[in-house]
Every structure is written in structure tokens, then in C-alpha cells.
Design a binder for this molecule. Sequence first.
Ligand SMILES: [Zn+2]
Length: 360
Amino acid sequence: MLATHGLAMNAVRLARVPEIIQGAGALEALGATLAAYVPPGSALLLVADPGLRASGLIESAAAALRGGGYSALLCDDVQSDPTMAQADAAAAMARRERVAGVVAIGGGSAMDVGKTTAAVALADRPASYYGLCAQPFPAKRLVSVCLPTTSGTGSEATRTAVLAAQDHSKVWLWGDELKPSLIVLDPALTTGLPASLTAATGIDALVHAIEASTNANAHAANDVFCHEAIRLVARHLIRAVEAPADLQARAGMQRAATLAGIGIDNCGTAIAHNIGHALASLRPPRLRWARRAKRRACQPRLSGCCAAAASRSRSPGRAMIIFAQRNWRCRWRDPRMRRCAARTAARSPMPTCWPLPRSS
Ligand SMILES: [Zn+2]
């Protein structure tokens, strides 16, 4: 608490938000946009989701970079559930080719690898050296740019990355150095996302916004981002699922995901993600049970039920919040999940939020 002019004032903290450029055609303009960050003529490392190869998006991104006078080196073998080893390989390539920046295009996996690569490439330590805040990141880092092709993880706006260690457990990396220098949101990048993934990632964004605005750290300054994200999801998610080529709906969901990402970057997540993180950090042989439980915990038939609740209610955002809170309470009663989450919290320096949402 701060005392100001005799008044008690709650201290709030808002973290740095990277520059955000949004609009159809933002991908084609990428080369020109980057001139403010990296001198033309430099080499850039393009870290891409291999699932984008068939869509032509990787080639479009490379062409945009070449159009701006950059040479583009490609690292496009990032799998879902990316590993520390992948970030190390990309960082080694960045050092060898003396690149000036990393451009990550894809979902959360590609962005997490790209962000980590940019943060660690100018030192010679492996990414695992910085895991769980064991060591601070190097003071100098490469320019880092994120172009999300899904609208959900919000990774483009956060100072976190999750990479699998050698034993397959997921390890968090955390630090402002991971946050990109620039976020480029082109809604056309998300029109190829199948309906099921559009729904699932959209619900992820919604839950980020709900959790960040209802957990113990929540404050009014951050609610601005979260509430707008909830409003955008309520307005655009169903349309984005039903009409994948609708650029307005796609742009709405893209903005929602990034705003929700800013929300969790400021105030963290809550029960649904704590359970998910706890289960994901388990190592085999308990992995199969963990995956099954995580699926049940984190996607409790939310998409269909939320959509139904929202369409019945005059206040779709509020209907979604109430629905999600009821689900969390119900899942949270499972003692196995409580134990898993508590273990992870005990060994992680990550700021996590345990209490149940404040209002019902
Ligand atoms: Zn999430």
C-alpha cells in the first residue's frame, strides 16, 4: 500500500507492452516496418511453425523480409510442445550467421522458441540455464518480432515461454527479456485455422482474460485489457468459427488474444491454468494420466456451453465469466489436481495465483 496525501492507495503495476501493429496487409509491410528496429541489409532468423509450409505463409514472410532488404534464414522445424534443444539449435544458428533479429511466425510454440532464441543467442549458455528463473537472462538480446497465426496463447505479449526439458517435463522461462520488441497482427494469418482450433484457442484467450481480471492480483488498470478481451471474444468468436474467412471477426479475436496476453502478463492466471501447468510439468510415466486430466481440467466443454450461455444472456461476457467460474470450482475439488498444483507452486518462482475467483 502506498500512502498519498493521507489517502491509502493500492499499488498497481502495469508492465511494458511491446509496439503492436495490426491490420490486413501487415505481413506484406513487415520488411518496411522492421526498418525502425533493424538496419536493412542485416540477416534475420525466421522461426516458423512447420504446419504453415503448405499455406505459403512462411514463404510470404520470407519474401516480405527480403523486400525490406533483409536476408532471411529459416528455422521451421518447431514442433508443438517445443524443446529447449530446439531453442538452442536456433540460437546456435543465430550466432553462426550473426543475425540481428528473430521473427517468429506461428502459434505459441513457434513464438516461445523465437522469443527464447532472441533472449539467449548473444550468450553461449543453453536455454535450460535460465529455466525457472535460475539465472537472469543476458543483458543484451536480439530484436524479437512475433506474428501469431492463432488467436489464443497471447504468447506474443508475455514475458514467458514454456519449453520441454530433456526429461520431457515442461519448464518455464520468465523475464522481460523474453517479451518481443514488436507484435505484428495480420488477421489474414489466422483465416486458415480450422474451426475446432479457432474455438479452442479462442476459449484459451477468454479464460486468460477471465483469470487475469478475477484472481487475487487483479486490479482496475489491468481490467481494461481483460474486459475488452472478453468483450471481443463474446462478439467475434462464434463468427470466426462459423465464417473462417471473415477478416473482421479474425481481427477481433486476434486483438482479444493479445489483450488477454497483456492481461496475464500483468496479473497472472488462476486456477484453470495452474492446474494445467501443474499437470503439464509432470514427467512420464504419469504423463498420460496428466494429459488426460489436463484436457478435462482445462477444456471443460467450455466452448459449446459458453457459446450457449452467451447467446441466451443479455450480457454475454458476464455469462461466460460465471460459467467458467462454476467450472473451475467443480474441477478444483479433485484432490489430485490440488496436490499437483501445490507441488508446482512450491518449486516454481513464477507468480501464480491460488485463490478462487473473487466473485461468483
Ligand atoms: Zn492458456
